[in-house]
Each structure stands twice: as C-alpha cells, then as structure tokens.
Design a binder for this molecule. Structure first.
Ligand SMILES: Cc1ncc(COP(=O)(O)O)c(C=O)c1O
Length: 425
C-alpha cells in the first residue's frame, strides 16, 4: 500500500493515528542525539590497551629514533609501514601526521591557494579569478565547508551507488576553472557506497582543462566494514600512476575510528613527487608530529592484519545497530513509497531519502520530539539539498535501545510529514 494511492480520507485517518503516537513520544521528554558519526563507548574500550605505558617501552622506533624528541617529520618507520599498508601505497608515498586527517586536507588546500600545487607553469590558486570544485552528493559536510570557506564555487554531482556520475564529471573538468574534486572512495559518508574500479579508472584518466587538477581522496572508512570485508578496490594512486597522472591524487586516512577519534594518527599519501612537495612546506609548518602516539599505534595495531582483527571487533558492536535501523525502517515504512534508505556494508552512516520537500520537516519534527538528527541539507554544498530529501542517520553512538526508540520516532515523523505533503498537493 503506497500512501500516494490512498484517498484523502484514508490519509487523514493515518495522520491522526500517527500524531497520537507522536504526542505520546513527546510526553516522554526524551533527549537523543543522532547527529554525528562517533564511536560508542564500547568501541572506545577496544583500544584501552593503548593507554598502557608498556606500549612505549624504550621510547624508540625500529630505526632507533628517540620518539620523545624532535625529528622525523614524515613519521617513524613502523607507523609509515602500518598506514601505508592500510591505505595501499608505498612507504615512500606517505607522510604520517598528527591527530586529524581533516586538518591535513585543510592545510593542503590552503597551501594550493597560497603557493600552488608545484605543477610547472601553474600559479597559486589565489591568483585565479574563479575556482570551481566538484562535490559528489550526498557527501561530507566538513569537506564542503572547507572548499566553501576558501571561496570555491561548489558543483554538486550525484553519486550513483558506485561513485559519481562520471559523464557529468568528465564534461565539467574540461573547464580549466574546475581545479578538483572530493571523493570518499569506500563506504562513503553518508551513502556508504564503494566506488567501482571502472569509475576510479575514469577519475584517474579523464582529461582535465586544469593542468594542476587535484583529487582529494579521503579514504576515511577504508577498513571500516560491518560484516565481511573490507571491500576490495583499485587504489586511486595506483590508478593515477597507471593513467600517467601520478600527481593528480592525494589520499588521506586516519585511525580516528579505529582507536580514539581526536587522539589517533593520520596520513597523507601521494606520488613521490607530491610527497616531496608536501614535505618542503611541512618542514616550515612543524618540526614533527606526535611520534609517541605513532609508536603507540604501531605497537598496538601491529600490521594490516592487526588492523583487520581490531576492525572485526568494531564490526561486532556496530553491525547489530545498523541491522536494527534497517529492521525498524522495513517494519514501519516498507512499501509505503515515502522513504528509501541504504544498507551499507561499511562506514558510519545510513543515508535516507524522503519524498521531495520533506527532509527538513522530518528533522524539525523529530527535534521537537527530543531526537536530534544531522540538519537536512548538511550533506549538500552550501547546506542546500535542492530537493530537500536527504537525511544522514548515524547509528554508531547511541546504545541500541536508545537507537531503536529514536528510529521509531523518526518513522512516525516521516509518516506525518509525508502525509502532510501529499495532502498539501
Ligand atoms: C569522510 C570523513 N573524513 C574525515 C573525517 C575526520 O577525520 P579525522 O578525525 O582524521 O580528522 C570524518 C569524520 O567523521 C569523515 O567522516
């Protein structure tokens, strides 16, 4: 039974029933926060061993570097090995940084603005009259904010379940003012999609009008599978090298959602030439990153297999939460024709689409009932979802009973707002 096929009278009857449930929930005075994709405390507990002083025994790296002192700007060897295995690059193609990969992305773009990309014959981007940037949607609000604040014109390109609409991207990049693109290749935020190898090859090989075109490939969820995985995928740097465009991409990653967000280690990867370019500026910016934390991480996680074993423990905590959301959405909304949602194999989010023009109303209604969701529109450049349909659900943080209650309230709000929309029409 699709709502759109019901009579006005039938819709009004359902609406009054749903409003009754809504006020029952509202009277409970709940206060749930479903806004950001943070690990829950059980996940944080998994890495408590990192606090042990034993992990820092000797305070020196395998290259006998004293980690308590200045030095080794590109990261200690064991941390470079660990992060390069995770991100699928060589140890000469990586710099291990501090506690935030987002910070590395921000710095890189500011560097491009101030000093350029190091591409011969190209100016610093701030000398360009106009810079345009491609934003696959729905996407990560903080990415969009960085490029918005730098004054770039943001161009939304729809994701299609296996990466962005490449016909559209290939057309757009002919314009020399289009300088780059964001991408989250695996278990994307929020759509959960995994870019296909075909789309990765097209991104790596497409002809661009700008000689200094750059892709910021944020592989934030590369090992964050929910059941089986992680998904196999062609590495973006590998693809760029094969296509003869080795300098096109920078890949980013961190242990934020592996160990402790805000207290993890990050990494940026690129061709050897790009890494040299990066280090020539980093050396002015900082003497070195926190090597004590790098050593702690390398000893705790050990190697790629160690990371996967650790991520399996995360998955065991998270999978039931994702399943619970899917089950409730199915029970409450299946076949009503008012909501579609993703069932991701990894990552931190479920992305839902309401009827056009309903997403903001649903988020507002839920908020009035004590359940906060990420504001509608946040997954689009300039916070403007042209159809007002997309909402990002972050199931990881709340305890499962709280999550289930929040999603049930969400379903009531979806029903109410959809019916009100249909009646209006
Ligand atoms: C796609 C994506 N990139 C980066 C980050 C932040 O990473 P970091 O903690 O390494 O700065 C997040 C956090 O939610 C994210 O979703």
């Amino acid at each position: 039974m699709q709502y759109k096929d019901l009579s006005k009278k039938e819709l009004i009857a359902i609406l009054s029933d749903e409003y009754r449930k809504y006020y029952d929930y509202k009277n409970l005075g709940l206060s749930y926060d479903m806004t950001r994709g943070k690990p829950c405390s059980a996940q944080l507990e998994l890495s408590n061993e990192m606090e042990s002083q034993k992990l820092l025994k000797g305070y020196s790296s395998i290259s006998n570097q004293e980690v308590r002192n200045y030095g080794v700007l590109d990261g200690i060897p064991e941390a470079k090995k660990l992060m390069s295995e995770m991100l699928g690059v060589g140890t000469d193609e990586i710099v291990v940084g501090g506690n935030s990969s987002l910070n590395l992305m921000y710095d890189l773009l500011v560097r491009f603005m101030l000093f350029g990309t190091g591409t011969e014959g190209c100016k610093p981007w701030c000398k360009d009259e106009k810079i345009k940037w491609i934003c696959p949607v729905p996407g990560y609000d903080r990415h969009f904010l960085i490029t918005e604040k730098l004054g770039f014109d943001l161009i939304a390109v729809p994701l299609q379940g296996d990466g962005p609409d490449m016909d559209m991207v290939e057309e757009l990049v002919k314009d020399p003012a289009v300088k780059g693109l964001w991408m989250i290749p695996k278990y994307s935020n929020p759509s959960g999609e995994v870019y296909s190898d075909e789309k990765i090859r097209r991104l790596a090989s497409m002809k661009t009008g700008a000689a200094d075109f750059r892709i910021l490939c944020d592989d934030a969820y590369t090992v964050h599978f929910l059941r089986k995985g992680p998904a196999k995928q062609l590495n973006m740097l590998e693809a760029c090298k094969e296509a003869g465009n080795p300098e096109r991409v920078f890949i980013f990653g961190s242990t934020s959602k592996i160990t402790f967000p805000g207290s993890g280690i990050s990494a940026v990867c690129g061709s050897e030439k790009n890494i040299k370019f990066l280090l020539s500026y980093l050396t002015i910016q900082t003497i070195c990153y926190d090597k004590i934390n790098q050593l702690r991480h390398a000893r705790f996680l050990k190697d790629y297999n160690g990371i996967l074993a650790h991520m399996k423990k995360h998955a065991e905590i998270l999978y039931p939460k994702f399943e619970a959301v899917d089950r409730i959405l199915k029970n409450e909304l299946m076949d009503l024709g008012i909501l579609s949602w993703t069932k991701p194999d990894g990552g931190y989010f479920i992305s839902v689409n309401t009827l056009p023009g309903c997403a903001s109303a649903v988020v507002e209604k839920a908020k009035e009932c004590g359940v906060k969701f990420t504001p509608a529109g946040a997954t689009y450049p300039y916070k403007k979802d042209p159809n007002d349909t997309n909402i990002r659900i972050a199931p990881t943080l709340p305890p499962i009973q709280e999550l289930e209650a929040a999603i049930k309230i969400f379903c009531v709000c979806v029903k109410i707002c959809s019916i009100e929309k249909l009646l209006e029409e």
